[in-house]
Design a protein around this ligand. Structure first.
Ligand SMILES: C[S@@+](CC[C@H](N)C(=O)[O-])C[C@H]1O[C@@H](n2cnc3c(N)ncnc32)[C@H](O)[C@@H]1O
Length: 451
């Protein structure tokens, strides 16, 4: 592996790790370790582990994730994945969202969110209360973010694609918690993808450090007094970690590093940098634990945290046809029409005017020729107990795969209703189908159909 590194990288890692450098190199022989995180909005981890026949062992720094021995591709094809029961995520990348310790009413910003590994965890910690703004500057990457949040059943979330450095004044002091999972030179990913090495050499250090410092400065402006930021990267380079944070602390004396309240013997402390002690930051190295590597640091702004109550805002009522007008989720929410699409806005007000917005809350459906068609995102966010017309299949029923491929299903022997039916895998919704005169019409949205 070392032959792939350039001299600067070798020198940096030797200076950082000293006599542990050989152990670091050895860790590459192990190959990647696979892990998944359970969607606690849909299922408890203790119930989930009974569902898969795989051997699962807990990831020590979080209660909702497991290492698995098995093929990643198979797990991404499992129908439980299509029902949003879990997310496949590298284990050390699970720490930052855990460290932010989001609580139900928080107003949370995930500044660099795509494809959504950490946003899905933030959403689950919020228990779909409060507000999540998931942002990524890359609109194409943000599409994957939308899909992953919808799979998880997101209701109180916006997905935007913005350069937030341009909105410092507009959203000043708006957020109680902010995650910056910063773009970086990414050596933490060398295990998973040696291709990162090529990219690593193409971009200068200054390219990343300039963005990282700008993101930290923006987070400072957007954070409420008393609020907290977690800054993370998957690089080991002190310049992009301790160095970036030092520049924030020097500019803003009301920002202080605070301990991350998670203990694991494999975590290493941050290093001393520029005369400043970063021992409360955490460095995750692949030779100390089962993970590719990460840096994570928590910073708090002085002041008393006061999270404002939900703002009451009025918009004209939109009427839905039966049975959708009987759903509490939609009756209690504010519905807005954007072009032909209908959204249920998050309960907490957020001014998304003129922002590049990919999702304004839950996409409920669309009106075509004055007919309402429910969206797959709505199905994934529903509690099936609240929807009478449903058809449930067992995990090994081949009709599940037919449904996920967008095909039609023979209704023989099935209990169904005329009109829209919620198609479920056991108790977990997958999407809708429309049934008229005994003919099944698959209503899975285009982006949800499997090849
Ligand atoms: C390390 S990845 C984020 C991974 C993500 N947090 C997850 O857990 O799935 C960094 C992301 O930052 C985005 N990015 C780069 N510069 C940005 C900026 N100035 N503002 C917002 N996002 C940015 C990139 O498009 C990329 O998706």
């Amino acid at each position: 592996m070392e032959e792939l590194f350039d001299n600067d990288y070798i020198k940096m890692m030797q200076a950082l790790l000293k006599d542990e450098y050989a152990a670091y190199l050895d860790s590459f022989k192990r190959g990647p370790v696979n892990a998944l995180r359970v969607n606690t909005l849909k299922i408890e981890p203790s119930a989930f582990i009974k569902k898969l026949t795989l051997h699962l062992t807990p990831v020590p720094w979080t209660k909702d994730a497991f290492y698995y021995a098995g093929d990643k591709e198979n797990l991404s094809k499992d129908p439980y994945f299509a029902a949003g029961l879990y997310y496949l995520q590298e284990a050390s990348a699970m720490l930052p969202a855990e460290a932010l310790n989001v609580q139900e009413g928080d107003i949370v910003l995930d500044m660099c969110a795509a494809p959504g590994g950490k946003s899905t965890k933030l959403l689950a910690s919020l228990k779909n209360q409060g507000l999540l703004i998931a942002n990524d500057i890359s609109a194409s990457r943000a599409n994957a973010l939308v899909k992953n949040l919808e799979l998880f059943g997101a209701v109180n979330a916006y997905v935007i694609s913005e350069d937030l450095t341009k909105h410092k004044k507009r959203f000043k002091h708006f957020f109680s918690k902010i995650l910056i999972d910063a773009p970086c030179s990414g050596e933490g990913m060398f295990h998973k993808d040696p291709g990162v090495l090529k990219n690593y050499r193409q971009k200068s250090k200054a390219y990343y450090t300039d963005i990282q410092k700008a993101l930290l400065d923006t987070a400072y402006e957007l954070l409420m007094p008393g609020g907290e930021v977690v800054y993370s990267t998957c690089t080991f380079d002190p310049l992009e970690n301790e160095g970036a944070i030092l520049s924030l602390l020097q500019k803003h004396p009301d920002m202080h590093i605070i301990p991350i309240d998670i203990n694991y013997e494999g975590f290493a402390p941050g290093i001393e940098y520029g005369g400043y002690d970063f021992h409360h930051a955490l460095r995750l190295y692949p030779h100390h634990l089962k993970g590719e590597g990460h840096f994570c640091c928590k910073i708090k702004k002085d002041g008393k945290l006061i999270i404002p109550h939900k703002q009451n805002f009025n918009i004209p009522k939109i009427n839905l046809p039966k049975p959708f007008n009987e759903l509490e989720l939609l009756n209690n929410g504010k519905l807005i029409s954007i072009n032909d699409d209908l959204y249920r806005l998050p309960d907490h007000y957020f001014d998304f005017n003129k922002l590049r917005t990919l999702r304004s809350g839950l996409k409920v459906g669309s009106f075509k020729n004055a007919r309402f068609k429910p969206d797959t995102a709505l199905a994934l966010a529903l509690n099936p107990q609240n929807f009478k017309a449903k058809i449930s299949f067992k995990h090994d029923d081949i009709r599940i795969n037919k449904y996920l491929k967008g095909e039609t299903i023979d209704l023989c022997g099935l209990d169904y209703h005329e009109g829209y039916n919620l198609i479920c895998l056991e108790d977990y919704p997958l999407g809708f189908a429309h049934i008229k005169n005994g003919i099944f019409k698959n209503s899975l949205g285009r982006g949800w159909i499997r090849p």
